[in-house]
Design a binder for this molecule. Structure first.
Ligand code: ARG
Length: 461
């Protein structure tokens, strides 16, 4: 069965059918297609194309199809061009000639936009819940070791001591932005395209606001030509998904390093690691490596759709059928990666002694020291030089910060004061950073509470 056979003297060639058919992937939108068509049947009643009993018959036949589609052989042997065609064919098998009315004043161009939006909205809700789950896992992780100190890095060189909780809250902020971005993208997805027809607007006076309400859309689109040629809503999702994957890949990279023997900070649980078929001692962070790897895939999906859309003439072009596979893949990989990341974060154990030792032995306190000198009147440029010379001397003689006494410091440079000696301990220097956004311990404790409250608000809307 075709939705367009009349003008043709011959059917499509086998190779064209095989090449152009999309049922094998767009069948994923079956549920959305049925839901949209039920609402459309109600709209057809509204414009007098269907009687109320015809509408009722169609709506319940659609419902039966939805139930049957859960069964094993719903799709078996189906050679329909796409999911929209399949649904109408199956509808015809149930209600006969009445099925021929369902496409009145509707084009597949708007239907595919509708289905994709309905499907994507559901996926985005799933992703949003997973992102907030991950944000919660990061907070819980921070609460397990609220006082732990780690070296913060720039250039992957030990830079300044920070609280482990401060580090984790940095990721909380990235995922909070991702949550916001996904929510904003969802708002652009959540707009009803139906009523646009193929490109020129439907020839039937549908109450578009009523259809929008019926399907839970917040608003309706403004221009039928725009609808027919638009996939911005999908690109918005792919961008939000890519950014989330970017952040996940960086967390994954950090934790692959931090759980290595070289760092020794983190122990990943057995449940999220795997062994080697040859080397019996190995415990590999495959879950994190896969998360890191999947960024490339999702970013590729985004690129694929951008490239597909570039330069397309107004309005719908069949090229646009190529939107679905990247979209489906990105949603799957995003949700899968988020789910995996939650499991890793929930079960990881910090060994606080190792990062503390790293922070203590490697002069991450040098900045605190220079600033303490500046606080007691030494111009900062001088202070920087003095602290730098102290580090150089210590590196030469193999001294750690804690090896220096106040008397020795003063002998090294008379500018040193007791306040300088105090910040040789990372936990002391950190107390000078009680500023909004800083790693000062009081601030971080407050930031943790604040993060929890923000997350609660996010989850309640
Ligand atoms: N399968 C098509 C797609 O996914 C549906 C729209 C087809 N419209 C058309 N005019 N051929 O884009």
């Amino acid at each position: 069965m075709k939705l367009w056979g009349g003008r043709f003297e011959q059917g499509p060639s086998e190779v064209f059918e095989r090449f152009s058919g999309s049922l094998h992937f767009d069948r994923r939108m079956l549920e959305a297609d049925i839901r949209g068509s039920q609402a459309f049947a109600r709209a057809l009643e509204g414009v007098g194309i269907l009687t109320s009993s015809e509408r009722a018959e169609l709506v319940s036949a659609f419902h039966e199809l939805a139930v049957e589609s859960a069964g094993n052989n719903f799709f078996s042997g189906a050679t329909d061009e796409d999911v929209h065609t399949l649904v109408i064919r199956k509808l015809g098998e149930k209600v006969g000639a009445l099925a021929e009315k369902i496409h009145t004043g509707r084009s597949r161009n708007e239907q595919v936009s509708l289905d994709t939006r309905l499907w994507l909205r559901g996926e985005m809700d799933r992703a949003l819940a997973l992102v907030s789950g991950l944000m919660q896992a990061l907070i819980d992780c921070a609460k397990r070791d609220p006082d732990a100190i780690v070296p913060g890095y720039t250039h992957l060189r030990r830079a300044q001591p920070v609280l482990w909780a401060h580090y984790l809250l940095a990721y909380f902020e990235m995922f909070a932005r991702d949550h916001e971005r996904l929510t904003q993208a969802r708002a652009r997805v959540n707009v009803l395209p139906l009523g646009s027809g193929a490109l020129a607007g439907s020839g039937f006076p549908f109450d578009r606001d009523a259809i929008a309400k019926d399907l839970g859309f917040a608003s309706t689109t403004f221009n039928s030509m725009d609808v027919s040629g638009d996939r911005d809503f999908a690109l918005d999702f792919l961008y939000a998904a890519s950014t989330t994957m970017l952040h996940l890949s960086r967390l994954a990279e950090d934790w692959i390093l931090y759980s290595s023997e070289e760092f020794g900070w983190l122990e990943l649980s057995d449940g999220v690691t795997s062994g080697s078929s040859l080397m019996p001692q190995k415990k590999n962070p495959d879950s994190l490596e896969l998360i890191r790897g999947k960024f490339g895939r999702v970013f590729g999906d985004m690129n694929a759709l951008f490239m597909t859309m570039k330069g397309l003439p107004m309005t719908y072009n069949r090229d646009m059928q190529e939107d679905k596979e990247p979209l489906f893949d990105a949603a799957d990989q995003l949700c899968g990666s988020l789910e995996m990341a939650v499991a890793v974060v929930e079960t990881a154990k910090l060994n606080p002694a190792r990062p503390l030792q790293a922070a203590e032995e490697s002069w991450t306190v040098a900045t605190d020291l220079a600033e303490a000198l500046a606080r007691s009147g030494t111009p900062f440029h001088q202070a920087h030089k003095i602290a730098g010379r102290l580090v150089l001397e210590s590196v030469r003689s193999g001294k750690k910060p804690s090896d220096w006494t106040l008397a020795e410091l003063i002998r090294f440079a008379p500018e040193f004061t007791p306040a300088c000696a105090a910040v040789l301990k990372p936990s002391e220097g950190m107390k000078t950073r009680e500023i909004r956004g800083g790693t000062g311990p009081q601030h971080v404790a407050a930031a943790l509470t604040d993060a929890e409250n923000r997350l609660k608000t996010l989850r309640s809307v």
